[in-house]
Design a protein around this ligand. Structure first.
Ligand code: SAM
Length: 296
């Protein structure tokens, strides 16, 4: 398929095969959540042997995930990134450590691991376990293809918490640049307390640099697919790693959350989904936005 006709399409089928339709060096960011090991089954018997997550062993699951991302890699721009959301699995009352095992395997394949992020779910499903804490988090790994990748820290800064508006520290944040106020960046007036990192944390006008624990409630679009991730999780990844008109790819599209957010922010989207029912659902959601962009 050519570069333009594939835009805003959700390809139907196994991503390891369908990815061949995407031109090389086309994608700026991959934002995705593959099926977790041994959790739900999404596919019927017709395509079940191609479904990721149904493998008999964890080793095979990891191998299959790696094959998917190796097939996608040439399609990613050299300054592109991969945001990978994964949860863990218990087997015989033992935690398998799946997310980190996948992360290590991808590192072995040459992906550069830049960050591990904890997605904390304040409204996670309660559980009846009494012999361990209840799990209320998953992982998001940020990988890059090369060391020189696009990342816009300013787009996802978060509110300062260390110093309040009334902070006694040289006038607080409201006194930037004023006489006897807080010095501007790099001009610490000999005050070693205000090295760049501290300045960034306390006084950067757009907020402090994004942290690695993201508290995001599960989203509303839950009825349609078993494992929909929240739009604001995608938003954070998207804003940090892409600009207007960049192409975002979700190899495991599901209900199409990544695509919906991509279009909302004037990015281009390509998806892939193995199960026809979900592929159609995602395509419909995307088409509705393309036809009526003013809804957003
Ligand atoms: C965890 S869900 C993604 C949910 C999505 N993030 C959303 O918000 O709706 C993973 C999806 O991957 C699909 N899938 C499984 N194996 C696949 C394969 N080999 N190629 C493409 N998609 C696959 C499943 O059918 C499922 O819909």
């Amino acid at each position: 398929m050519d570069k333009e006709s594939i835009i805003n399409q959700v390809l139907l089928g196994d991503v390891r095969i369908r990815v061949a339709d995407i031109p090389d060096h086309n994608i700026q960011s991959i934002i995705t959540s593959p099926p977790y090991f041994g959790h739900r089954q999404y596919a019927g018997e017709d395509v079940s042997e191609k479904e990721i997550g149904r493998e008999n062993s964890l080793d095979l699951y990891i191998e299959n995930i790696c094959t998917c991302f190796e097939a996608i890699k040439p399609k990613l721009r050299d300054d592109g990134t991969l945001w990978l959301n994964l949860g863990d699995t218990y087997r015989n009352k033992e935690l398998l450590g799946v997310p980190w095992r996948v992360a290590f395997a991808l590192k072995e394949k040459g992906w550069i691991l830049r960050s591990d992020i904890i997605w904390k779910k304040p409204n996670a499903m309660p559980s009846s376990v009494k012999s361990r804490p209840t799990t209320d988090h998953e992982y998001i790994f940020l990988f890059s293809k090369t060391k020189d990748y696009y990342y816009n820290a300013d787009a996802i800064r978060e509110p300062h918490v260390t110093f309040t508006e009334k902070s006694k520290m040289r006038g607080g944040r409201n006194h930037l640049g004023k006489k006897n106020g807080t010095p501007e960046r790099g001009k610490n007036s000999g005050n070693q307390n205000l090295h760049d990192g501290r300045w960034d944390q306390a006084f950067h006008p757009k907020g402090r640099n994004k942290r690695t624990v993201w508290e995001i409630p599960l989203g509303k679009f839950r009825g349609a697919h078993f494992a929909v991730y929240p739009e604001s999780l995608v938003e954070t990844c998207l804003l940090a790693s892409t600009q207007k008109d960049d192409v975002i790819f979700d190899p495991f599209t599901g209900s199409g959350t990544t695509g919906v957010v991509a279009l909302k922010y004037q990015r281009k989207f390509i998806g892939c989904e193995l199960v026809k029912y979900y592929q159609e659902m995602a395509q419909k959601r995307i088409d509705a936005i393309v036809v009526q962009p003013r809804l957003f």
